[in-house]
Design a protein around this ligand. Structure first.
Ligand code: S3P
Length: 430
């Protein structure tokens, strides 16, 4: 599908967000492993969280939507999953594949996890290494999926694992495998990344000198409970930038997830001069949430790198759009992980913004963007089959001169199926 967008004169109103993708996956997996019936409010229809449900169904977990559209999952307990009778398809979802690998490495039966072309090109050695160190039997194809998991010979053993990269998927994979290990598994996290798994499992953590350790005991039981998934901060990010760079805009998000390991984009945009106010901060279960209001403001270039990067890793494509519309230079460093996302996002955003006339240079670990105010030109760009690239280009289209065509825009359904409709609804055309 090619999405054709005209420039906007303003964005105004309340944006309805999909539920947070990261928290959705985890709520479904932990519900499936709980000792009884769990309920999940606001479980999204987005393709990635639906892939997780499909995989759990393949492992014998029953679920249904009740009359109030609440997802009810019949937890089977950590030892209650059943052998699948076919490969488990994770679609485009790296979180499904990497977290489920941790769970499946501890099972007394074999399984195969597979996914679409993009997922089969993403690095999986990063999870196979710690799982093998625990005694898991993990077979990859040239370090990629399909992932074959065999029952371990003597069960999994607890390890102390220092994360070689700031990846919440790797961390969560090891913690979930730790449920099945003999003893206490420790994950050492030199650079903090999103912490939903440890929050949702209620795990003990300890921090010394900026290095955090997270502990999970083998056999840890999961009590049945009701989850409410907050609005997706990473989905809100697109509209935060769109409202900042489009004149005369004022956008509100309600009940958006505000976990500090996810919200660094707010701090960076405020450093750039953005007008963002967080209101009604409160807790929703183990996660902080609140309302966020964003109004247009002139932006200036900024320099970002180091420990902040994992806390805005998914927001960098749209941050690049903000930078292209700011005055002055923006430098983004230490973001080489973007090269192994659904596509090489450093390359994809560079190609697209350059096609729209932006001054952007691709570096091995980041980007240098010479912002030129809102001087982008509408043209035809590609989604690279990556939801966050497609939506970032939708934001650029708001301020471009002339029409923008985004090829392959349907991939927004991976995390934000109503994105194009919401953008249209809150936008007044120029
Ligand atoms: C996620 C972790 C991040 C992020 C992804 C979701 C998660 O990936 O980019 O969208 O839910 O744990 P990495 O762990 O590869 O950094």
């Amino acid at each position: 599908m090619t999405q054709i967008l005209s420039p906007a004169s303003s964005l105004r109103g309340t944006v309805s967000l999909p539920a947070d993708k990261s928290i959705s996956h985890r709520s479904a997996m932990l519900s499936a492993l709980a000792d009884g019936t769990c309920r999940i409010h606001n479980y999204p229809q987005s393709a990635d969280p639906q892939s997780t449900l499909e995989v759990l169904r393949g492992l014998g977990v029953s679920m249904r939507r009740d009359d109030d559209d609440v997802l009810v999952i019949e937890g089977v307990g950590i030892d209650g999953l059943r052998p699948p009778d076919a490969p488990l398809d994770c679609g485009n979802s790296g979180t499904t594949m990497r977290l489920m690998s941790g769970i499946l490495a501890g099972q007394p039966f074999g399984s195969v996890l597979t996914g679409d072309d993009s997922l089969q090109q993403r690095p999986m050695k990063r999870i196979a290494d710690p799982l093998k160190a625990m005694g898991g039997r993990v077979i990859l194809v040239d370090d990629h999926a399909p992932i074959r998991l065999r029952p371990s010979r003597d069960g999994l053993s607890a390890i102390k694992y220092r994360l070689p990269m700031a990846s919440a998927q790797v961390k969560s994979c090891v913690l979930l495998a730790g449920l099945y290990a003999d003893g206490r598994t420790t994950v050492v996290e030199p650079t903090r990344c999103r912490d939903h798994t440890e929050r949702m499992l209620g795990l003990e953590t300890h921090e010394v000198g900026g290095v955090r350790e997270i502990y999970v005991d083998g056999g840890h039981r999961i009590d049945p409970r009701t989850w409410t998934v907050p609005g997706d901060f990473s989905g809100a990010a697109f509209f935060m930038v769109a409202a900042s760079i489009t004149p005369d805009s004022d956008i509100l998000f309600k009940n958006v997830g505000l976990n500090p390991s996810r919200t660094a984009l707010i701090d960076v945009l405020i450093d750039m001069g953005a007008d963002i106010r967080v209101e009604k901060e409160r807790a929703e279960g183990s996660e902080p949430i609140g309302d966020v209001r964003v109004s247009s403001a002139p932006l200036e270039g900024v320099s970002v790198g180091g420990r902040v990067i994992p806390n805005l890793i998914d927001e960098i494509p749209v941050l690049a759009v903000a930078a292209a519309c700011a005055e002055g230079q923006t430098v983004i460093r230490d973001a080489e992980e973007l090269r192994v996302k659904e596509t090489d996002r450093l390359h994809a955003i560079t190609e697209n913004l350059r096609a729209m006339g932006a001054q952007i240079e691709e570096r091995p670990d980041g980007l240098v963007i010479d912002g030129n105010g809102p001087n982008l030109l509408g043209t035809t760009v590609d989604s690279f089959d990556d939801h966050r690239i497609a939506m970032a280009m939708g934001v650029a289209a708001c301020v471009a001169h002339g029409e923008t065509q985004i090829r392959g825009a349907e991939c927004a359904r991976v995390s934000f199926p109503s994105f194009w409709g919401e953008l249209d609804r809150v936008t007044t055309p120029r």
